[in-house]
Design a protein around this ligand. Structure first.
Ligand code: PLP
Length: 393
């Protein structure tokens, strides 16, 4: 995809496949065997799946038995967001789903909850949910006899801003609720463990951590059980997800998870260094640049910036022509850049939010990438530096 002359800084969209993940996948692609078969080939495929399960479980400090492989983060979210669950062995019915206003579209859509029962939780100017506001809302619902499931991301895919998940989990549990945490952007970019987060379920996606596209996991605690699988018609994944496992993708996922674990805190510090060098360099060249969420805890690899008067729609094309692959902060569909619902929920001025560009670093990013990125940004029309604050066209 990215040639020698290109700089790929869009790891929050998809992180390139790690060599370790690729090797693990190639080894599996050359082997026959269905993990459900009893013969030696089938048992070998089963062993690959179970090794990957252990690795993914270890990534978030879960029990391997609580990991269900899926086709990605979206499927895992839709599986988890359902009103019929078992909590500590007791079958419960949840009638309401509360989601953060800055969640990914697959969470905002509400999974298997009816559209009318999904409610958005407001965020502050940095995109953070106030735990006490959540407590108060849950108390009102409780008084009305409404039981709520809550879905909040560990960190935002556009801004990188980290939610106070443990505090939110505490409020949710005190109100008898369940918390599902979309941790798709977390691994390798922030410290994240199931026990610290306090969530009842965590969602992961392989392609955000240098694994392949099309693999993910729903990780639950032993407290939570999803009663009705999303995919039925086979006993795979202990009945939690029917369909023959994508063994190669799962192998790549497991290898990528192991690589993230090995990278640990040192790799996170390296990523933060690259991100900070980019932001410092950008501010030096374009003093009017705005960095969203700069004052709060953020993912080590993510920088969402805006240069007032330089709309993302044209800036992205200019940066791409200059060899830089980055994203707009907003959802891109059919070539049109729509306003980011994340920045809108944060109360960011509409003109400014249309200028938001996300730069996200990852395992193969280097200082050379930072330099190339800054050079591409420096190619902005000169008029911009003379007219700070100009409204987007
Ligand atoms: N949640 C977040 C925060 C994401 O960034 C994404 C992907 O962009 C998803 C969920 C969906 O994951 P997947 O692409 O594996 O379906």
């Amino acid at each position: 995809m990215a040639g020698a002359a290109r700089t790929y800084l869009d790891h929050n969209a998809t992180s390139p496949l790690r060599p370790r993940a690729r090797d693990a996948m190639l080894a599996v692609l050359d082997a026959a065997g269905n993990p459900s078969s009893v013969h030696a080939e089938g048992r070998a495929a089963r062993a690959v799946v179970e090794t990957a399960r252990e690795s993914v479980a270890a990534l978030v400090g879960a029990r391997p038995a609580d990991v269900t492989f899926t086709s990605g983060g979206t499927e895992a979210i839709v599986t988890a967001l359902t009103g019929a669950v078992e909590v500590a062995g007791e079958g419960l019915r949840f009638d309401r789903l509360l989601v953060g206003a800055t969640e990914h579209a697959c969470v905002l859509a509400g999974g298997r909850f009816p559209a009318g029962s999904v409610e958005r939780l407001p965020v502050d100017g940095n995109g953070i949910i106030d735990p006490d506001a959540l407590r108060d809302r849950l108390a009102v619902l409780q008084a009305e006899g409404v039981r709520a499931m809550v879905a909040v991301q560990a960190a935002n895919n556009e801004t990188g801003v980290i939610q106070p998940i443990a505090d939110l989990a505490e409020r949710v549990h005190a109100a008898g609720g369940v918390l599902v945490c979309d941790a798709v952007q977390a691994p390798g970019r922030m410290a994240f463990a199931l026990a610290d987060a306090g969530a009842d379920a965590v969602v992961l996606s392989a392609h955000k951590l240098g694994g392949p596209l099309g693999a993910g996991a729903l990780v639950t605690t032993s407290r939570l059980r999803i009663k009705a699988p999303l995919l039925t018609g086979g006993g795979q994944e202990r009945g939690a997800r029917a369909g023959t496992e994508n063994v190669a993708a799962i192998a790549g996922f497991g290898a990528a998870a192991a690589a993230v674990r090995d990278g640990g805190e040192a790799e996170r510090a390296r990523l933060a260094g690259l991100r900070d060098a980019f932001e410092t360099g950008l501010r030096a060249r374009r003093p009017q640049a705005v960095v969203f969420g700069a004052g709060v805890a953020r993912l080590a690899n993510t920088s969402l910036v805006a240069i007032p008067g330089d709309p993302a729609e044209t800036a992205l094309i200019r940066l791409d022509l200059a060899g830089l692959a980055v994203s707009s902060g907003s959802a891109c569909s059919s070539g049109k850049v729509r306003r980011s619902h994340v920045l809108e929920a944060m109360g960011v001025d509409e003109d400014l939010s249309r200028c938001a560009i996300r730069v996200s670093f990852g395992w193969n990013s280097t200082e050379t990438d930072v330099t190339a990125c800054l050079e591409a940004f420096a190619k902005a029309p000169d008029a911009l530096s003379e007219r700070p604050g100009r409204a987007a066209a």
